[in-house]
Design a protein around this ligand. Structure first.
Ligand SMILES: [Cu+2]
Length: 148
């Protein structure tokens, strides 16, 4: 087995004065830890949890369509935005206070993008597109998160 023979080599190298292999392995381990920490993102946007499920949302001019099903407080949803329109669209998820919980990138017609959001609290939420005047043209949809 590959891992077994590899670790055998490591053990052998600890008995040698050079120890070059050992040092390099330690460096790789540190880099690996940093890469994992980097997944946490910035302080103001908490790390996206593993989604409980996906919800496909279709964007057109100027509306969202889709069936979010029953979302319970604590659920983590991966919204997959499909642009079925003729112009660029995006998807933002806002809470009742208008705070943005997540957003997709701006996508071209025919494209798709996703965003993962955890709904900590029950209550009303909104999906909006904030490109140009799309929101004022009515591109928003309500979402109600229920108590678990
Ligand atoms: Cu739009």
């Amino acid at each position: 087995m590959w891992w077994t023979s590899r670790s055998t080599v490591d053990v052998a190298s600890t008995d040698q004065p050079r120890g070059g292999n050992r040092h390099r392995l330690a460096t790789i381990a540190v880099v690996g830890v940093l890469a994992l920490a980097g997944c946490g993102g910035s302080d103001d946007e908490p790390a996206a949890a593993t989604p409980d499920r996906s919800v496909e949302v279709t964007a057109t001019e100027y509306a969202f369509a889709g069936d979010p099903g029953e979302i319970i407080a604590g659920d983590t949803i991966n919204f997959v935005l499909v642009n079925a329109g003729q112009v660029d669209h995006s998807l933002q998820v806002l809470n009742a206070d208008g705070r943005r919980l997540g957003e997709t990138s701006r996508i071209s017609p025919g494209g798709r993008a996703d965003v993962t959001v955890t709904f900590d609290d029950a209550g009303p939420y909104r999906l909006i597109c904030d490109i140009d005047d799309h929101l004022s043209r009515g591109q928003s949809a309500g979402l109600t998160v229920i108590d678990g």
